[in-house]
Design a protein around this ligand. Structure first.
Ligand code: DGL
Length: 271
């Protein structure tokens, strides 16, 4: 229960370890073009997927403090690893000052509604898969679904290094996805916000016969519902987004420009 007086014109705070959350930010821009976003990419500490839980919680708290101080109305954890490991902690830590949204619950809702009693695959970072969060949340909703999870830790460094449409990325994608864990799946959750960047290659690997679900659109839809429910939808025109990074990387700038072509307000911030 949020007790702070939030206003529609306040921005939405979004964070991820790097470019991954931009896939969610792009979906929000599409669905909610009047919302201003303040994005934090923790590029200095990337990747999150192989860090300990304590470290992820520490990084997440620092970023949450930073974004809340910027006056956001919603804190969106656009990172599955931080959503799996730090969400409960952030809810306690931030308390009732802003709405906190993770990227896992909306995807779980979608899958349990669309594919009851089927076999679903989940791929993500080591941290996300090891936490068992997807499995637990899916099975809480539908005990009949068979969930088969697989860590695919090379995907994030591969994507952050720009290996996306080439022999290297194809070989890595093939090697992970031919794992027996994923045999017979009807749908596959991309349990990492970086993975939509290689979604087409993943769909192609399965000959387009598996529904490859990423959280970007379902999270944007969920966010719209939350804002609507609390009369927090903004009506601003051409809001100016701000992108903070803890370390400047050319790749972050290139991907951010790809999603937000207009003007890119990119700031390096040590936190
Ligand atoms: N994009 C993030 C996720 O959804 C983080 C990946 C990483 O930094 O390892 O899990």
């Amino acid at each position: 229960m949020i007790t702070a007086m939030l206003k529609p014109e306040q921005p939405i705070g979004i964070f991820d370890s790097g470019v991954g959350g931009l896939t969610v930010a792009a979906a929000i821009k599409q669905l909610l073009p009047n919302e201003q976003m303040i994005y934090f990419g923790d590029t200095a500490h990337l990747p999150y997927g192989d860090k300990s839980g304590d470290t992820i919680v520490r990084y997440s708290r620092h970023i949450a403090d930073f974004l809340v101080a910027k006056g956001v109305k919603v804190l969106l954890i656009a990172c599955n690893t931080a959503s799996a490991i730090a969400y409960n902690d952030l809810v306690n830590y931030i308390g009732n000052r802003v709405h906190i949204v993770n990227v896992i619950d909306p995807a779980v809702d979608f899958i349990t509604n669309q594919y009851p009693q089927e076999k679903v695959g989940v791929i993500g970072t080591k941290g996300t898969i090891r936490s068992g969060t997807y499995e637990r949340k899916i099975r809480e909703r539908d005990r009949g679904i068979e969930v088969s999870s697989l860590a695919t830790p090379l995907f994030v460094p591969m994507i952050e290094e720009g290996f996306v449409y080439d022999d290297i990325s194809n070989a890595i994608i093939r090697s992970y996805l031919s794992h027996e864990q994923l045999e017979g799946i009807k749908s596959l959750i991309l349990g990492c916000t970086h993975y939509p960047i290689i979604k087409n290659q993943i769909r192609k690997f399965f000959n387009f016969s598996v529904d490859v679900v990423d959280s970007a659109n379902v999270v944007a839809t969920y966010l719209k519902e939350i804002l609507d429910e609390h009369q927090l939808l903004n009506t601003a025109r051409n809001p100016e987004h701000i992108f903070y990074v803890s370390d400047y990387t050319e790749y972050f700038e290139a991907i951010a420009r790809m999603f937000f072509e207009e003007r890119l307000n990119l700031v390096k911030e040590n936190i």
